[in-house]
Each structure stands twice: as C-alpha cells, then as structure tokens.
Design a binder for this molecule. Structure first.
Ligand code: MEV
Length: 429
C-alpha cells in the first residue's frame, strides 16, 4: 500500500489554509499566490481575444492522491461542475492503493493535412511526391528552426488518395511533425502552408486546404491502473461485486454509442479541467477524443476495464485509457495566462509528453469515479451534496453559513432554492 497523499485532508481546510499548504508543498511564491487571487488581468485579457468586455472566472481546484509512475502529482483543475475534483481525488486514492498509475506516451507527433485537387492520376501524383520526400521534409522542418534544434521537425509524409468524394477525386497529403513541447497547431499550419506551392509544382495539381488534423492519433498517451477490489466496497456491497458491476458498466459503453458518449464525457470532465487549468486547447482534445472513440466506425468507450481473477474471484480491477493527447507546455495560453503558469508550477513544470500522461491518468480516474458511483449508489447522492452548496450560495448564504445550510438541505432531503432561502432568512432573524 502506498503512503497517504501529502495533501490528505486538504478538502477539510479553509481556502486560505489550502493555499498555504499547497504553496509549501509545491513551492509557490507569494507572487504565485497573488496570481491565484487576481487571475487574468484586464490588460492580459485584452490581448488574448477580440472585443473583450470582461473576464469570466471559474474555480481552480487541485486533485490530490495522484501517484503517477511513482511520482506524487498535484493536479490543477478548472471546472464549473461539482464532484469532478472530488471524484478524481477519490478514485486516485484507490488507484494509489494498487501502486498508482503507470503511464507512457508516443513522441509528440501531429498531422498536417494538404488537400490536392485537379489531379488526373492520384497514383502518379503519389509517385512523384515520393521522389521529392526528402526535400519536402527538409523544407517543412525549416518552418520552425527552434523545434528542429530541440530534436523535433517533420518526420514523415503519408498519402491518402480519396478517389470518390462529393467534389471528385483528391489526394490528401499528411505531413507528420514532431512538435516537441508545443501543442503544434501553429508550427504544423506554417509547415503545411510552406509545402503547398511545392506540392502544386511537383504534382501539377491545385492545393485547397492546408491545416492540422485534430485526430492526433500519432500523439498518444496511455495510463493504466490496477485497483485491489476490496478498495471498491461501497454502500454495504463487497468490493468484488462492485468491481463486477463496474466491469458491466464499462461493457455497456463498449457496446452502445449512446452510453459511450456519456461515459467518454465523464473521461473528458477530468481531461478538459486540466487542459483549461494549463491553458491548453480543450476543443482540440475533445475533437480528437471523440473521433478516436469512433475510429472503427462506431463510437465506443475510450477506457477499457477488466477483472483480474484468481479462482474465478476478482482480485483487481484493471483500467486502461489510451487516446490522442495534443497538449503543449510552451506557447499560447500556457504562457500567456497567469493561472496557467502557476498550474504548470503546481504540476512540477512537466514537458508536453508528461503533461499528456498526467491528463490521461486524470481521465481514467474520472471515469472510474463516475462508473463506480453509477454502479453503486448512483451519482445523485454525492452530486446533490455538492450541489447543495451552490443552492445555498444562490439563496444568499455567505461564508461558513454556506456549508451549514448545505448540510441542512441534505439532511432534510430538500435541496431546493425555496428551502435554502427560508434557511438563509431564518439564520438572519
Ligand atoms: C457527468 O458530468 C458525467 C457522467 O455522466 C459520466 C458517466 O455517466 O459515466 C457521470
């Protein structure tokens, strides 16, 4: 059994105490703590997008208990939904009891697409491009000398002839590009735009689109965990029965796209929250995830759960999540958003592949938390407990009164605004 998380009991502390404890553990400075308070400044927002009229604030929480490849990881998460941070932390705790998450990842290779039309013979165009590949790769790599210097750059070219499309035949040229610590949208888009005129020259065709693909299936991250079944006991049900129910819940998602969509939404609850906290493009990750889930023609579960048995009795629940993870740790909002910079510090300044691995570990934990709850007591009980706090806040409760009124709502089993208002008014009288 692994040791308890250094932030055990974190949720019981007041917000300022949490900040102090976190600062002590991950070495945040007073300036970092000031950033957590101030968030994005108006002048920073002004240069981030257009027509800025304000700033939208969401809570930043940290998930605890994550042991990833033997390393303690405190995970910053930005999300508006109650239960997500608590769910990830809780699932990470039982995974910890089985030794934590084991993760790995491919090289950070993205795909850029070039659409070539008006070709009389697709095979002939491919043959011509093949003879010019070295030159094309060299030109593409020069699109970003810095990435090339760091060991990245163009790594290959692939061809996808599409003989029948609504617009007639076309050849899609894929440029594979190792983006190192960049997410890669800028570098890959620059590279494919650079190559386009040369590709027209070589093939005699006409290039239309030149753009990165969000189906980043060459940039894969993988997380695996092994949970001792006794850790899963809940609500009077023994761990081995719960493990079986979790396995059945997964089988449902594996077989049914309607369930897979919701199951994978649960995975993405965790992944998106880390993507936002670190300033990454969560729409890109979402797009890649759902297309990857449907890569064999039907949407299925991104995760895989199985039972490890001894004499037909489950001893462990094994979970695996393997999916595209196009995230960067340099450039974009990762550096421009002040909270994203602090998040990277909380994570221990990981490189992009490490961040990708942390994110799949969080996705796997989040999925376990969801299907574990669904396969036992249902999600409403825990969810409503946290939801009660939001109701209390909406009813005008302040400070310690929020938790007190939330507890009262739960005890009475009346988690609604009307009752919360009565309690708030009552407590002021
Ligand atoms: C809610 O945000 C996510 C869940 O619906 C995921 C799932 O059903 O597995 C609980």
């Amino acid at each position: 059994m692994s040791e308890a998380s250094p932030l055990a009991g974190f949720y019981k502390l007041a917000q300022t105490e949490r900040q102090q404890k976190l600062a002590h553990y991950v070495d945040l400075s007073d300036d970092d703590l000031a950033v957590l308070e101030a968030g994005l400044l108006p002048e920073q927002a002004e240069v981030m997008i257009e027509n800025v009229v304000g700033r939208y604030v969401l809570p930043l929480g940290v998930a605890t208990n994550f042991l990833i490849n033997g390393r303690e990881v405190i995970v910053p998460m930005v999300v508006e939904e109650p239960s997500v941070v608590a769910g990830a932390s809780y699932a990470a705790k039982v995974v910890r009891a089985g030794g934590g998450f084991q993760t790995s990842s491919s090289d950070p290779v993205m795909i850029g697409q070039i659409q070539v039309l008006d070709l009389t013979d697709l095979d002939e165009a491919v043959a011509k491009l093949k003879t010019a590949e070295l030159d094309l790769l060299e030109r593409a790599s020069q699109a970003d000398p810095m990435i090339q210097k760091l060991g990245g750059g163009a790594t290959g070219i692939e061809y996808r002839p599409l003989p029948e499309t609504p617009a007639g035949p076309m050849l899609i040229v894929h440029l594979l590009y190792d983006c190192r610590d960049a997410m890669g949208a800028n570098v890959v888009n620059t590279a494919v735009e650079t190559l386009a005129p040369r590709i027209e020259q070589i093939t005699g065709g006409r290039v239309n689109l030149r753009i990165l693909s969000n189906l980043a299936d060459r940039r894969i991250a993988r997380a695996e965990c092994l949970v001792p079944v006794e850790q899963l006991a809940r609500g009077g049900l023994p761990g081995n029965e719960v493990a079986r129910s979790i396995f059945e819940a997964w089988a449902f998602a594996a077989a049914d796209p309607y369930r897979a969509a919701t199951h994978n939404k649960g995975v993405m609850n965790g992944i998106d929250a880390v993507a936002i906290a670190t300033g990454n493009d969560w729409r890109a990750i979402e797009a890649g995830a759902h297309t990857y889930a449907a890569r064999n023609g039907r949407s299925t579960s991104l995760t895989e759960w199985s039972l490890v048995t001894e004499n037909s009795t489950p001893t462990h629940l094994r979970g695996i999540l393997e999916m595209p993870m196009a995230v960067g740790t340099v450039g974009g909002a990762t550096k421009a958003h002040p909270i994203a910079r602090v998040s990277m510090k909380i994570l221990g300044q990981p490189k992009a592949t490490t961040l990708a691995e942390i994110m799949v570990a969080v996705g796997l934990a989040q999925n376990l938390a969801a299907i574990w709850a669904l396969a036992t007591e249902g999600i409403q009980r825990g969810h409503m407990r946290l939801h009660a706090r939001q109701i209390a806040l909406s009813a005008g409760a302040q400070g310690p009164q929020v938790q007190k009124i939330a507890n009262q709502l739960v005890t009475e089993g009346k988690i609604n605004l009307e009752r919360a208002r009565e309690l708030v008014t009552g407590s002021r009288e």
